[in-house]
Design a protein around this ligand. Sequence first.
Ligand SMILES: Cc1cc2nc3c(=O)[nH]c(=O)nc-3n(C[C@H](O)[C@H](O)[C@H](O)COP(=O)(O)OP(=O)(O)OC[C@H]3O[C@@H](n4cnc5c(N)ncnc54)[C@H](O)[C@@H]3O)c2cc1C
Length: 420
Amino acid sequence: MWGANCTTSQLPGECQAGAVQFHVSDLNKEIPVTTSNLNQIPLQDEVLILGGGVAGCAASIALARKGRSVTLIEREPTPRHKVCGEFLSGEALEDLHALGIDVASLGAAPIHYVRLAAARRAAEAPLPFPAASLTRRALDTALIAEAIATGVRVERGRSVQALARTASNVWQATLDDGTTREAPTVFLATGKHDLRGYARPSDPQRWVAFKMYFRLAPAQAAGLSRASELMLYPGGYGGIQPVEGGIANLCCVVQQRYFERAGHRWENFLAKMQQDCPHLAMRLAGAQPLLAKPIAITHIPYGYIRRTSENGLYCIGDQAAVIPSFTGDGISIALHTARCAVAAYLAAEPAPLFQAKLRSALLFQMRLAEFAADGLNNALARAVLPFCLRVWPGVMRVTAKLTRVAQHAAVAPMQAPAEI
Ligand SMILES: Cc1cc2nc3c(=O)[nH]c(=O)nc-3n(C[C@H](O)[C@H](O)[C@H](O)COP(=O)(O)OP(=O)(O)OC[C@H]3O[C@@H](n4cnc5c(N)ncnc54)[C@H](O)[C@@H]3O)c2cc1C
């Protein structure tokens, strides 16, 4: 499916938790595998968490803090780059703070403005909430370290191949080495990767997403300082913003048929984006790419919200809902759904009921975000939006506020959480 120069390969490297500086060489460092207490794994835990990204780590930390025995299974031996704009909204920052993650000490770049660029125009507005940006590797490293410190048994470098109920009605996860882990309750947090038997629907638009780091020319880095820029072009949109260490993250999505027109090649697609959006060309003038190839993913079922689940199976993060990327709200939703699912579990609320309540709580903002995303993909909107936003910058603040899902979608369990 991919052109010869565009692979989904993930790149080795590390930006260690606690490190403020981010150097090009950091992109190529490995971190040691830290697998906690593997020899002490009991045959059965109270909760099994499948996937150690944002949602899985957040849920595991919250459960361990309540004294639950939790095993988390993560397929990557060390946190890697993930395709993500790496924007952290106000709600995400609050949730991370509550989990003990101080993004400022990890070097996160503060974001104060959103700037929209399309055709030859650009308009900006201050964000109505505090925001920041941090590489996913730094964030995921800090989260998994916090999970281990909280007492979660973390098994890394193990991929879950199958999930099923046993005759004795417990969940059984089969790992890639053929061994199994059992628990009465499972939190499914495998993000964009579906487990066999629990797949989300197909993505009819066939979205393709890329992430690439750049070191910008000094004047362009100064121009991008404290801003998250959203760029519109036919077939998709992209965002560029500073992350820690003085580098910039360019993350973009495009429908497959537009990528086909670029011959399935990243270089051609990057050139086309800059041609369609001169603002991006200006930003990237003299920029140095920091990865040999972009990181890429396909199959992003934007707008998906899980309808229900089975008893003892709580679905969180991208396994619960997938919001259009331009909102920069996916991490916040992952943290929020993890927090709500933990509260539901502690209150003994059945997973199918939790999942249905979560769906109705998320539905309105999700549909609004989808509607806005459709608008961004419209040629007329691309032509007039920056002009309208210059005349009425307040609309950008309103849109940013309205599409914050977590803020509007609190899901309280039926009864107060039981402190067991
Ligand atoms: C193009 C794009 C840009 C985005 N930009 C932003 C942004 O700027 N801000 C924002 O807030 N959100 C953004 N998002 C959304 C955000 O990245 C996701 O919503 C968020 O990462 C979801 O968290 P998660 O925990 O569900 O999944 P993840 O963080 O992806 O974690 C899932 C984990 O499960 C592991 N896993 C997968 N399969 C298995 C298996 N079989 N066995 C064991 N482990 C497994 C993976 O290795 C991974 O670590 C963006 C998304 C896209 C596609």
